[in-house]
Design a protein around this ligand. Structure first.
Ligand code: 4PL
Length: 246
């Protein structure tokens, strides 16, 4: 399929994991992709591997000036913005008894403040063309109440409800806003934390057995980012092998 020919996309968190897999898919289906990550070197490497019209931008999405600069660069380089996938997030493993206010704020700064900044700048750019697809990466942990990440779960609950409200506000501009909520997924980030020890537990709860990978999340995102998803907005699609159902 070539659903993104002539489209311009931004994918955050695209140096690795789910974000990177999404960037690869959008590019392979024809999009010009801004490969965005706080790890600028990682973004550069990912953009090089993706090739074609992909270009890297180092950006801390929690920094208002950096986000403004990113969108100026995309407007200048690619001329417009059609698709924005917000996959960048901090995925902590911190038990409640160790959770400090500084750690709470660190996660909120990226997972919610960063999402606000990206959607503020992204929707302003999309409105100029009266077309847009925003896909925000949520998490099935908001339904499961997953332990050791209360601040993350709180932030992802905000991702869902913010996306709903934004969908209502942006509908008039033919911009859709939806979420994809993955379950525990085998990524570089997860492998670096104790979350990697939870695969057996989540598999027990899944309707379909196995270990989720970024490739299992990509199709849901690509559908919501595509032109033909125009009748779907304000929704959250859970992609977790049936671990939670809502
Ligand atoms: C079920 O979003 O949804 C661990 C780590 N386990 O980040 C997540 C589950 C993790 C999750 C998540």
């Amino acid at each position: 399929m070539k659903r993104f020919e002539g489209r311009v996309a931004i994918v955050t968190g695209a140096a690795q994991g789910i974000g990177r897999a999404i960037a690869e898919r959008l590019a392979s289906e024809g999009a010009t992709v801004a490969v965005v990550d706080v790890n600028a070197m990682g973004a550069t490497k990912a953009a090089k591997v993706i090739g074609g019209k992909a270009f890297a931008v180092g950006c801390d999405i929690g920094d208002p000036d950096a986000v403004a600069k990113l969108h100026r660069k995309v407007a200048k380089t690619a001329g417009k913005l059609d698709v924005q996938v917000n996959a960048a997030a901090i995925v902590p493993f911190v038990p409640w008894d160790a959770l400090t206010f500084d750690e709470w704020r660190r996660v909120m700064r990226v997972n919610l403040d960063g999402l606000y900044l990206m959607c503020r700048a992204g929707s302003d750019l999309m409105r100029k063309n009266g077309y847009g697809r925003i896909v925000n990466i949520c998490s099935n942990s908001i339904f499961a109440g997953t332990p050791n990440m209360a601040h993350y779960v709180a932030s992802k609950g905000g991702v869902l409800t913010f996306s709903r409200a934004l969908a209502t506000e942006l509908g008039a501009h033919r911009i859709t806003v939806n979420c994809v909520a993955p379950g525990l997924t085998d990524t570089e980030g997860v492998q670096k934390t104790k979350h990697k020890d939870a695969f057996g537990f989540v598999e027990m709860l899944q309707a379909i057995k196995g270990k989720g990978t970024p490739a299992d999340i990509v199709p849901a995102v690509a559908f919501l980012a595509s032109e033909e998803a125009r009748w779907v907005t304000g929704q959250t699609l859970v992609a977790d092998a049936g671990m939670v159902r809502w």
